[in-house]
Design a binder for this molecule. Structure first.
Ligand SMILES: C[S@@+](CC[C@H](N)C(=O)[O-])C[C@H]1O[C@@H](n2cnc3c(N)ncnc32)[C@H](O)[C@@H]1O
Length: 338
């Protein structure tokens, strides 16, 4: 055996360390442990009991996390380290990429062999995506709304995930009502101005267009954040064109958020977020029933749907300076066919 073997083994195992650590962090959040420990040092037995966890396994899990410097153990207590505390705001990225898509990455070979699409955990995709959107797409859409001639009186959020994007948007004003549409929309009855419908976006928009009392309401805003990419792969381009056309026949504006598809652009992959986020993000779109496209593609599609781009914005560069996440505010072109 040559002298360098062990050093190269350590190097070769870093992705495995990262794999276990990503799962560990996701479960630190998902088990409720993080929230409790963030309140201050906790006695491990009492902590496990409060969360209905097995005390000895919890102890082993915390020991693992202590070895990665995320928590500190002292006697029978546990506390967050500075490194652990700094992770707090980034929970949604773990909910999306690990909670939502870990099972997807396990299916690469099957998908490469043509065995259909990989599965994902739709509930956690919605939770993680809306959690991330609170940092990027929601402020982006709020910016687009300032380009409207007047604030909307109702918002229809197509592909609303766990609904928090819509409730935040509607909560900004006391008088706006909201409808969230998603196969994984919350099932609990909601009080107040927001309600949810468990349905596909094209079915919902088609049915609402066919309602006997339907009228175009210029103060109604449709929202499709990371939704057109889903419909594109599931139902094809003509279905997306029809969805955009039909939304603009029922409401005054449609706000769209999409991610520019540039996986072979060195400027993207040399960016820190390129390798940390967009490379796995682009991969999971290759494997699942959704398809990313370029800005050019979307702009051509909007035109085909009789839509005019009122404004285009990108995410606040303090959150994501790649410029890949793009928002469009659309309205109907003058004289466009309905
Ligand atoms: C990436 S998430 C986006 C969630 C949220 N709009 C946001 O901005 O964070 C995509 C959402 O689209 C939903 N979805 C997928 N296919 C759909 C369809 N055909 N109709 C409606 N929603 C769909 C998924 O369940 C998921 O919640």
């Amino acid at each position: 055996m040559d002298e360098g073997f062990e050093l190269r083994l350590i190097e070769a195992l870093q992705p495995v360390r990262g794999f276990a650590l990503a799962q560990g962090i996701h479960h630190l959040f998902g088990s409720g442990l993080y929230e409790r420990i963030a309140q201050g040092p906790q006695q491990i037995g009492a902590l496990a009991e409060a969360l209905e966890l097995d005390a000895s396994r919890t102890s082993g899990f915390l020991r693992y996390l202590a070895n990665e410097d995320l928590v500190a153990l002292g006697g029978d207590t546990v506390a967050l380290t500075d490194k652990g505390r700094a992770l707090g705001p980034y929970r949604p990225w773990y909910e999306l990429l690990v909670g939502g898509y870990a099972e997807t990455f396990q299916q690469v070979t099957d998908v490469l062999r043509g065995k259909g699409y990989a599965s994902r955990d739709g509930r956690l995709v919605g939770i993680g995506s809306c959690g991330i959107s609170a940092y990027d797409a929601l402020p982006l859409v709020r910016g687009l709304l300032t380009d409207l001639p007047a604030p909307p009186t109702s918002v229809v959020d197509l592909g609303c995930g766990d609904g928090t994007f819509l409730t935040s948007l509607v909560g900004d004003s006391g008088s706006v009502t909201g409808i969230g549409v998603d196969p994984y929309a919350p099932q609990e009855p909601t009080a107040g101005a927001v309600r949810f419908v468990r349905a596909g976006a094209t079915d919902y928009v088609r049915q609402s267009a066919a309602a006997p009392d339907v009228e175009r309401d210029p103060s109604r805003l449709f929202l499709a954040a990371f939704l057109l990419q889903e419909v594109l792969e599931q139902e094809g381009r003509p279905a997306v064109v029809e969805l955009v056309r039909s939304a603009l026949a029922q409401g005054g504006h449609l706000a769209v958020v999409e991610v520019d598809h540039r996986p072979d652009d060195p400027q993207v992959m040399r960016h820190g977020l390129g390798l940390a986020y967009y490379n796995p993000y682009y991969l999971l779109h290759v494997l699942t029933e959704q398809r990313l496209e370029t800005e050019r593609f979307w702009q051509d599609l909007f035109e085909e749907a009789g839509a005019r781009v009122v404004s285009r914005r990108v995410v606040d560069p303090r959150v994501d300076s790649t410029g890949l996440e793009v928002g469009y505010l659309l309205t109907r072109q003058e004289g466009a066919a309905q």
